[in-house]
Design a binder for this molecule. Structure first.
Ligand code: SDX
Length: 385
């Protein structure tokens, strides 16, 4: 093969234009449609951010209320899907349950059969309804499975709570406090979109063949599960619990690095500075640590961060969103294996937003391989092989 440019892992390669979000990796900044993530996390709701990502502007009161009403109506899932997830072994990873549940939901969507076909990307209104249905039902799948494996009664969705508060309500069977609801809403905003990350890109690859939104979101869930992507929040917390105390952090980190192993929750393909989302979550982790008696965990995290920045900061390796998100969820009392599903119920906004945008001028995503195998092989019959 003649010499061709080879970009393993598509490192540094631009594959589409998008106006949804921009990451300044050197400066450690993130904006959604021009708004700083710090402003949105502090002042907006997840529903407003979803609207911003899909439609390009913050909603006015009526637009927001109409969307929230539709979403609240769509939170419940068909009993057949409840039945399907109830049949899964109780130790099934919740990301596998979520992937299975979303897949099953596709059979019950009223709009999908009407638009399925070579023009699926032209049915904008139907696809927005499908997208809102998926977004509204994913938290229900996660919460229902959690209640099932705990042997508890299902807590059905309420229509009067926010997207974030209703998720916690369905998990716990009680209304979250204002602080709990605010923190979950803020966490959903921080994870909602992040450029061409692996799971978003995978959703776009699926959609570029004119498959459907359910299939795209199943692709996204499957990709996000990996510990080099969304699964890092679960792995990072398990690591902190394993370290156990601040005075053991340095030895643990140095030993891992000596073995060429990676410290979950650090490093990023684009950020070569502190992840701005980690900076925001760290503030809440510190606040919650005091209120929930988790100072030892937080101090251990600070020590891991200090050692990692000392050893690898020069290579542009800093904490990423996953390092502090797991601590915040843990301090809220959320089980560790639900951390990545929470990432998914947030990121579905970005996944669908990017598919809707890409479908405006759809192009099949199909790269090339550099062939390194043999040429001109003579076929030899089985008898003489
Ligand atoms: C998310 O893309 C996104 O936007 C993702 C995300 C989003 O919102 O969608 O931000 C969410 O996935 C955050 C990242 C979560 N993953 C982790 O925390 C897993 C640990 N991180 C690494 O595996 C790594 O940093 C990646 C995969 C995230 C990025 O890796 P790159 O850009 O491909 O860099 P690389 O693997 O080529 O590493 C460069 C060097 C290597 O050392 P050398 O071979 O040059 O000696 O840095 C080292 C790596 O070994 N390195 C690490 C490290 N991350 C990179 N060493 C130790 N610990 C780490 N965490």
């Amino acid at each position: 093969m003649s010499e061709v440019p080879l970009h393993i892992g598509l490192r540094g390669i631009y594959v589409a234009k998008s106006s949804l979000s921009y990451i300044d990796g050197a400066a450690g900044k993130l904006i959604y449609r021009g708004y700083a993530i710090e402003d949105l996390a502090e002042k907006a709701s997840y529903e407003e951010v979803l609207y911003l990502l899909w439609f390009g502007k913050l909603p006015n009161k009526k637009e927001l209320e109409d969307m929230k009403t539709f979403m609240a109506e769509e939170r419940e899932i068909p009993e057949q899907v409840v039945e399907i997830i109830s049949k899964l072994p109780k130790d099934t990873h919740p990301m596998d349950v979520l992937r299975t549940g979303v897949s099953a939901l596709s059979g019950f969507d009223p709009d999908l059969p009407k638009i399925w076909g070579p023009k699926i990307n032209e049915y904008k209104e139907e696809n927005v309804r499908i997208g809102l249905r998926i977004t509204s039902k994913m938290p229900t799948i996660v919460a229902y499975f959690y209640r099932m494996r705990e042997g508890k009664e299902l807590v059905h969705p309420r229509k009067d709570l926010s997207h974030a508060a209703n998720f916690l309500y369905m998990m716990w069977g009680r209304e979250p406090t204002e602080l709990e609801g605010k923190i979950m809403d803020m966490a959903l905003i921080l994870h909602a979109d992040h450029g061409a990350n692996a799971s978003t890109f995978n959703c776009m690859v699926t959609a570029s063949t004119l498959s459907d939104l359910y299939s795209s979101v199943v692709s996204g869930i499957s990709t996000l599960k990996g510990p080099w992507h969304g699964g890092a929040n679960e792995a990072a917390l398990r690591m902190l619990l394993e370290i156990g105390s601040p005075d053991r952090a340095r030895e643990y980190v140095e030993e891992k690095l000596r073995r060429k192993e990676r410290i979950m929750g650090f490093g990023h393909r684009v950020y070569k500075a502190y992840d701005p989302r980690a900076r925001i979550l760290k503030k809440y982790a510190e606040k919650l640590a005091k209120e929930t008696g988790n100072e030892n965990l937080f101090q251990t995290a600070l020590e891991v961060e200090k050692v990692m920045v000392e050893l690898l900061g020069g290579k542009g390796i800093f904490p990423n969103v996953d390092f502090y998100s797991g601590q915040v969820y843990h301090m809220l009392g959320i089980p560790t294996d639900l951390f990545t599903p929470i990432f998914a119920i947030s990121r579905v906004a970005g996944w669908i937003g990017h598919v809707l945008e890409y479908w405006e001028e759809n192009v099949l995503i199909r790269p090339r391989f550099v062939y390194t195998g043999p040429m001109h092989q003579e076929f030899v019959p089985l008898e003489v092989r």
